[in-house]
Design a protein around this ligand. Structure first.
Ligand SMILES: C[S@@+](CC[C@H](N)C(=O)[O-])C[C@H]1O[C@@H](n2cnc3c(N)ncnc32)[C@H](O)[C@@H]1O
Length: 282
């Protein structure tokens, strides 16, 4: 009786280049994962939770601040899409959670295109898995650092989706407070604004210590000194300066829950320490 051998199998086609390894550095707290923890997400590790709990122990409203910030992002994106913006550059994306920029934008305008930019590799891992493009709208996620605005604006991946001759929505929500003064946050935003064509819009939010008793904010942000990026609250004039050259839209620069609220306000909304605004480039 002749023996039956299986058909020879073609070797798997592995690429010649090794696949890039993603260095998640789970032993150290990351702002994206701490924010995910505040929002009730699951994409965080013990080191992130430990630092987040330390911040919460000083400022129990940190979770609420994360929630009102997220809600501002969604209202601002909806407003931009409703006013005709069809392409968005969202820098400091965060780990995907409910109501991401592309979902909100594509609800209003199914053909909206979104490029997400974040410097934390974990954001990319999750974002690439979850943020699929729709039939009409397209979504891309790239790893880049806000401190290199030219690299973002000139990136081929960004330019594949974003036409810098057409108005676009620049989103800098809860990200600039991770840029130290030494890294020139205002100069970075100037570079980005220069790249925007007329009619473009910028949505921005930023933590502040303006409503906190002396020393409180310093204690609340101290745990971030042990994370991958420190957290720097800024005063109203410093946040307003980011909008230089843009026309601030109604209601101006206000704390996030007071920016065009569409529901019930949380208690003490007017002293929640995060400013938010939307500006249009004339
Ligand atoms: C607090 S989360 C905000 C997420 C989202 N924008 C929102 O408001 O819901 C801040 C995000 O900014 C990212 N980030 C911090 N510093 C950055 C930098 N220098 N360049 C790019 N992204 C940065 C973090 O990795 C994190 O995902």
């Amino acid at each position: 009786m002749s023996q039956q051998f299986p058909e020879p199998v073609e070797p798997l086609d592995f690429p010649d280049e090794p696949l890039p390894l993603v260095e998640l550095r789970t032993e150290i707290g990351h702002p994206a994962r701490m924010y995910d923890y505040y929002l009730g997400g699951k994409d965080n590790f013990p080191a992130d939770r430990e630092l987040a709990e330390q911040a919460l122990a000083v400022e129990p409203r940190t979770r609420l601040i994360a929630q009102v910030n997220r809600a501002f992002l969604q209202r601002a994106v909806r407003a931009m899409a409703a006013s005709g913006i069809r392409q968005f550059l969202d820098i400091g994306t965060g780990i995907p959670t409910a109501g991401n920029t592309h979902e909100v934008a594509q609800e209003v305008a199914p053909d909206a295109r979104v490029v997400y930019v974040d410097n934390d590799p974990i954001v990319l891992v999750h974002a690439r898995a979850l943020m699929s493009s729709t039939q009409e709208g397209r979504t891309t996620v790239i790893q880049e650092d806000l401190r290199s605005p030219e690299a973002i604006v000139n990136s081929a991946e960004v330019r594949e989706l974003i036409d810098f001759d057409q108005p676009l929505g620049l989103i800098l929500v809860a990200v600039l407070h991770f840029i130290t003064d030494a890294d020139g946050p205002h100069e970075i935003v100037e570079r980005l604004k220069e790249a925007l064509p007329s009619g473009s819009q910028m949505a921005l939010s930023h933590l502040t210590a303006d409503f906190a008793p002396p020393g409180h904010a310093e204690r609340a942000v101290a745990p971030y000194q042990r994370a991958t990026a420190p957290l720097i609250p800024r005063s109203r004039p410093a946040v307003e300066r980011f909008f230089t050259g843009l026309e601030l839209q109604e209601p101006g620069l206000v704390v996030a829950p007071l920016w065009r609220p569409d529901g019930e306000l949380p208690p003490d909304a007017e002293i929640l320490g995060i400013y938010a605004g939307l500006g249009v480039k004339p």
